[in-house]
Ligand binder design. Structure first.
Ligand code: NAD
Length: 365
């Protein structure tokens, strides 16, 4: 059976970097005779311009029928003023897609790259070995709460967003985090504010229970979030997998991104399932962490590495093609070592040149 992929470029630089990702995927697939069946469609602003909706029902149906989705980025000033009835997921084609596929675990991968260390705010000896996977809960907590609003009038207004997690939501999320750690260096740091929030107390209790009962081979530590943020800055090389709720994960994943040298370097995966064999058997979304970068869209200067490494994550988690995933990661490192760099990395190479070099390195491996 071919690997069914739905590619959604989205807006701004999204289509440019997705095109790079697909070229690398096709090159790698050719080396291992992996059959891929790629369908392309529009998302968010591009879908609005063509169809008057941020995402068409047929796109959602195609997503449900895919093994994996490769998404660029969405949004831009042209569509910011458009307001649709309903919750936050209705205002954004990508959020709608995440909601529909219930991809509740977002894996955001930040690592240090030797040639880019001087572009980070860290001393090389502090960040050199940093390789962090922040696993962020994506469908719950205050950020997705239906219990939100602003009541009252004038000076007596009151605003609230309920930070709520059920035991089942924490447990299903923690299992994916532990499974990811098993495939990396076997270390999980779970962050919460169990000293202040009731949701944090339940979070810690459930993560501890799942870890002890189902993943005794994984080393589990708990930190309060403020301490985690501090330690992450002081000694980024000591972390492996970080488990965090929707809000804390949002913050810590951006913070850890600083070790990679550019936002354009970071890939991510959004999963709703991970078997004990480490494979997602439900549609998963792979996307670079960066946004649509309207300021550089169409200039041919976007860094495609976040999208290319998202393809590596796709091969890892949706195809169990571990060697091919490594091949892409090594090809990216080799391209950087060979001096290839887009403007965000201090170089002058175009998106196309960087993509071609990564493909050459893949074919050479
Ligand atoms: P952004 O990530 O688009 O850009 C921030 C800065 O980083 C810009 O200077 C941009 O040029 C640069 N940059 C980002 N990706 C790059 C790449 N691959 N190569 C080189 N430079 C890169 O964030 P923003 O400016 O805050 O947001 C722009 C739009 O993107 C907004 O509409 C926002 O809502 C949207 N956004 C979408 C996503 C997503 O779809 N996942 C994520 C974040 C922001």
């Amino acid at each position: 059976m071919p690997l069914k992929i739905l590619a959604l470029g989205g807006d701004g630089i999204g289509p440019e970097v997705v095109s790079s990702g697909l070229k690398v995927l096709e090159a790698v697939a050719g080396t291992i005779s992996l059959k891929v069946d790629i369908t392309e469609d529009l998302l968010h602003g591009a879908a609005w311009d063509a169809h008057g909706t941020f995402i068409r029902p047929e796109t959602i149906r195609a997503a449900h029928g895919s093994d994996a989705l490769l998404v660029g980025a969405v949004g831009g000033p042209k569509w910011d003023h458009i307001k649709i009835d309903g919750g936050p997921e209705e205002q954004d084609g990508l959020m709608k897609l995440r909601h529909e596929l219930e991809v509740f675990a977002s894996l955001r991968w930040a690592r240090a790259y030797g040639p880019l260390l001087s572009r980070t705010p860290f001393r090389p000896e502090v960040a050199r070995n940093a390789d962090i996977m922040v696993v962020r809960e994506l469908c719950g907590g205050a950020m997705f709460s239906p219990t939100r609003g602003i009541d009252g009038t004038g000076k007596s207004r009151r605003a609230y967003d309920l930070n709520e997690y059920t035991e089942a939501e924490i447990a299903r999320f923690a299992r994916i985090g532990f499974e990811v750690a098993r495939r990396r260096h076997g270390k999980v740091l779970s962050v919460d504010k169990a000293n202040v929030f009731m949701a944090g107390k339940l979070w810690r209790e459930v993560v501890q229970e799942i870890g002890a009962r189902e993943f005794p081979d994984v080393t589990l530590t708990h930190f309060f979030t403020d301490n985690a943020a501090y330690q992450l800055t002081c000694r980024p090389g000591d972390f492996d997998v970080i488990l965090a709720d929707n809000l804390f994960g949002d913050i810590l994943s951006d913070q850890s991104a600083a070790i990679s040298g550019s936002l354009g370097m970071l890939p991510s995966a959004c999963l709703s399932h991970l078997s004990t064999g480490g494979r997602s058997e439900k549609p998963a979304i792979y996307e670079p962490v960066h946004g649509s970068a309207p300021d550089i869209a169409g200039t041919g200067s976007a860094n495609p590495i976040g999208a290319i490494l998202s393809v590596a994550m796709l091969l890892e988690y949706s195809a169990a093609e571990h060697e091919s995933a490594r091949k892409i990661e090594v090809a990216v490192e080799s391209a950087l070592k060979a001096g290839f760099a887009t403007p965000d990395l201090g170089g002058t190479n175009t998106t196309q040149e960087m993509t071609d070099e990564v493909i050459q390195q893949v074919l050479r491996a």
